[in-house]
Design a protein around this ligand. Sequence first.
Ligand code: NAP
Length: 287
Amino acid sequence: MNILSGKKLAVIGDPIEHSLSPVIQQAMLDALGLDCRYERIRVQAGSVKDWIPTAAGLGLGGFNATMPHKADLVPLMDELSADARLYRAVNTVVLREGRFLGFNTDGEGFLRSLLDEGIQAKGRRVAVLGAGGAARAVVLKLAAVGAERITVCCRRPEKASELTATSPVIHASDLSRQSTDAVLSCADLLINATPLGMHGVGTDFEDFDFLNALPPSVPVCDLIYRPLKTSLLREAERRGHPTLNGLGMLIHQAILALEHFADRELDATAMKSAVMDRLLPLLEKKP
Ligand code: NAP
């Protein structure tokens, strides 16, 4: 039986208008022939605790969460997955028999996007730019699957102390040229987890000379998917590095979320293709 039949799904956030989750999830629900609508619900910052008791009354089978609710949801769940507990953030909530089950699919989604490109995380020395929520999920997942060394390069390395305390393979460094050169020269994967270069943010890296320290053919990954090719990826490509944008992570975290909602495994290739058909025209459109 389809457990989503007659149910709705949604994404909550504030702001929420820009969220691509409805496009992605509806594309998959339609491809699966499931009679289920996926909506956007604006839940004001700081008010998710008051909203939660109303969720079941809305006919929801589950929901995704984006900024600023991911951390606030943690203490409100009846159960937490190991990843949600580890990242202290929830991006997927399943409502089942009156219980709220919290998951986080960001780290696993990122890992699957690497695997799609044939990149194994195990044994890698990874440099991560940024220490926010996305970096946290990516770094902790990479550590969990056996990356050899992960260095978080950020403006205030003391902010990453919580991350470095989690595992002996996680280190922090500042963003001075000397420090980034030292980290990048030993790295065999570079990940940008800052919003620098993202559409609508208005700021980008001042220059890309730091890429000169990266050994040739080391993959460069940007978690940003809008634009599909950031200046960082363009510059890395020009220097001969394989590149990867954040689209794979975005889609894989969504597939994993729908697997939780529907309580079954999905064909990731078929889901990806259904999503791409609807998403690419939106992402390729000039802003
Ligand atoms: P966040 O929590 O706000 O963290 C942003 C991080 O970037 C912080 O460490 C911040 O440093 C740093 N940063 C911001 N501006 C900077 C600058 N000018 N110079 C140096 N560092 C700077 O954001 P997030 O949720 O982690 O998201 C980060 C990026 O990942 C965004 O571009 C987002 O679109 C992307 N993302 C993609 C996916 C996907 O599925 N592909 C999923 C989640 C996020 P401070 O702490 O010092 O401010």
